[in-house]
Design a protein around this ligand. Structure first.
Ligand SMILES: Cc1cc2nc3c(=O)[nH]c(=O)nc-3n(C[C@H](O)[C@H](O)[C@H](O)COP(=O)(O)OP(=O)(O)OC[C@H]3O[C@@H](n4cnc5c(N)ncnc54)[C@H](O)[C@@H]3O)c2cc1C
Length: 373
C-alpha cells in the first residue's frame, strides 16, 4: 500500500491553500487528491472578491476572521507570485456596496454601525465608511452612476483577484514545494485504522496516512457521513454573467459588478436555494442585468457573452467550519463560503493548526460541533 504523511482530499481553493500551507511549514510527503468533475466549478466560477465588508454581522468571530484574512491578502499575493510566477491579478483598490434609493442608503449606514459595534466589542477595527453619491462617483470617475444610486458603503482595505489564477498558483506552489497532486481522482472513503493510521480509498488504490484533511466542498458531507459525523452545510446557487471585453473604466469592484484586468465585466449576486442544481436561469440573468444597468447604465450597450451557475457551500451562521472529526483527532473537516477571501488564513493559520505546531485563538470557534445544540 502507498503511504503519505498527510492526505488532503479536495483540490479546490480551500484544500489547495491548506496543502500549500502544509508544505510551506515543512510537511513532507503531502498528497492532494481532486475529483475534478466539470460540474464542480465552485473554485473556478466565483466572483474573485477578497472581501471582509458586511461579513460577520452579529458574528464578531467571523467578522474578525474575515478582516484578518483581508489584511494578509497583499502579502499573500506577493508571496504566491514570488513562489510560482503566477500573478493572481490582485487589485487592492478597495471595494464598495452601492445603495439605490434613500432607504437602502440608511440600511447600509445602520449595517456599518452594527458591525462596527460588534467588532469593537471583539477588539477589532471595521474600516468601512458611507460615501454619498458624489463621493462614490469621484471614486470611479470613468463610469457614470445610474440616477437612482444614492451612494455606497466603501472600504479601502479589500480588493479582487482572478480566481482561476489563484487556484493555479495554489496548486502549483504546493507541487513546487514537493507536494504531490493527483487530479481526476475520487476518494471513495476514509477509514480509520488502529494506532492512528488512516486508509484513504482512491481509484489508484489505497493509501495509508497519519493525517487526513477533508476539504472536498459539498463532497465533504458524504465522506464525513462514512465517519459517523453530520456536516452542517447546505447548497446555495449563485449565477455569474460575463460581458465582452472593453477598455477598463471600473477599478474599484462593487459587490455585484466588477471589471477584470482584461476588461470583461462580471455581474453577479443571485442567491437561490436550489439543492445541487447549477444551471443558469433567464430569471436570474434578467434580474442581475437589470441591477447592473441600474448601477451603471452604460453596461446596457455591452454584449453579454457567458454565464454559469455554481453552488455555494453555506453554513447556518455563515462562518467556516474547520473541525476535528469526532473521535478521530487526526482527521480534519473543512467547509466554507468565501474561500477566496479566506485563502491567506487557510495557508498561514489553518495549516499550522492541522500540523499541531500553532493554534490561533479563534480556531476552536469554527468547530462543526457548534451547530449541535
Ligand atoms: C457565484 C459565486 C460567487 C462567489 N464569489 C466569491 C467571492 O467573490 N469571494 C469569495 O471569497 N468566495 C466566493 N464564492 C465562494 C467560493 O467560490 C467558495 O468558497 C470556494 O470555491 C470553496 O472552495 P472549496 O475548496 O472549499 O470547495 P470546492 O471549490 O467545492 O472544492 C472542493 C474540491 O473537492 C473535490 N472533491 C469533492 N469530492 C471529492 C472526493 N470524494 N475526492 C476527491 N476530490 C473531491 C472537488 O473536485 C473540488 O475541486 C462564490 C461562490 C459562488 C457560487
Amino acid at each position: 500500500m502507498r503511504t503519505a504523511d498527510i492526505i488532503v482530499i479536495g483540490g479546490g481553493l480551500s484544500g489547495s491553500a491548506i496543502a500549500l500551507g502544509l508544505v510551506r511549514k515543512g510537511a513532507r510527503n503531502v498528497v492532494l487528491f481532486d475529483e475534478q468533475l466539470a460540474s464542480q466549478r465552485l473554485s473556478r466560477g466565483n466572483f474573485g472578491l477578497t472581501w471582509f465588508m458586511c461579513k460577520g454581522a452579529g458574528n464578531p468571530v467571523y467578522a474578525q476572521w474575515s478582516r484578518l484574512a483581508c489584511r494578509q491578502w497583499p502579502e499573500f499575493a506577493e508571496g504566491l507570485e514570488a513562489d510560482t510566477g503566477y500573478n493572481v491579478e490582485l487589485d487592492w483598490t478597495g471595494g464598495a456596496v452601492h445603495a439605490v434609493g434613500e432607504d437602502e442608503f440608511k440600511a447600509h449606514q445602520a449595517s456599518i454601525e452594527a458591525i462596527t459595534k460588534s467588532c469593537e466589542e471583539a477588539g477589532i477595527d471595521y474600516p468601512v465608511t458611507m460615501l454619498n453619491r458624489r463621493e462614490f462617483q469621484d471614486l470611479i470617475p470613468d463610469i457614470a452612476l445610474g440616477e437612482a444610486v444614492t451612494g455606497a458603503m466603501y472600504t479601502k482595505e479589500q480588493g479582487h483577484v482572478n480566481p482561476l489564477k489563484l487556484l493555479g498558483a495554489l496548486r502549483w506552489g504546493f507541487q513546487k514545494k514537493g507536494g504531490t497532486f493527483y487530479g481526476g481522482q475520487t476518494v471513495s472513503a476514509v477509514i480509520p485504522k488502529s494506532r492512528g493510521k488512516v486508509v484513504v480509498k482512491t481509484g489508484m488504490g489505497d493509501f495509508e496516512t497519519e493525517k487526513v484533511v477533508i476539504a472536498s466542498g459539498h463532497g465533504t458531507k458524504r465522506l464525513l457521513k462514512g465517519l459517523g459525523e453530520t456536516l452542517n452545510i447546505y447548497p446555495q446557487r449563485g449565477q455569474v454573467m460575463v460581458t465582452q471585453r472593453v477598455p477598463r473604466v471600473l477599478k474599484v469592484p462593487v459587490l455585484s459588478v466588477r471589471q477584470t484586468q482584461d476588461g470583461t465585466f462580471m455581474i453577479g449576486l443571485s442567491t437561490e436555494d436550489t439543492a445541487m442544481d447549477s444551471k443558469v436561469t433567464a430569471e436570474a440573468m434578467k434580474n442581475q442585468a437589470a441591477n447592473a444597468i441600474r448601477l451603471f447604465p452604460e453596461l446596457a450597450r455591452l454584449n453579454w457573452v457567458r454565464a454559469w451557475g455554481a453552488i455555494r457551500v453555506m453554513t447556518p451562521d455563515g462562518a467556516p467550519i474547520y473541525s476535528r472529526v469526532r473521535n478521530h483527532d487526526n482527521i480534519f473537516a473543512v467547509a466554507l463560503h468565501s474561500a477566496v477571501s479566506l485563502a491567506p488564513l487557510a495557508a498561514g493559520t489553518v495549516a499550522p493548526w492541522i500540523l499541531g505546531t500553532d493554534e490561533h485563538p479563534l480556531m476552536s470557534k469554527f468547530n462543526n460541533g457548534r451547530f449541535n445544540v
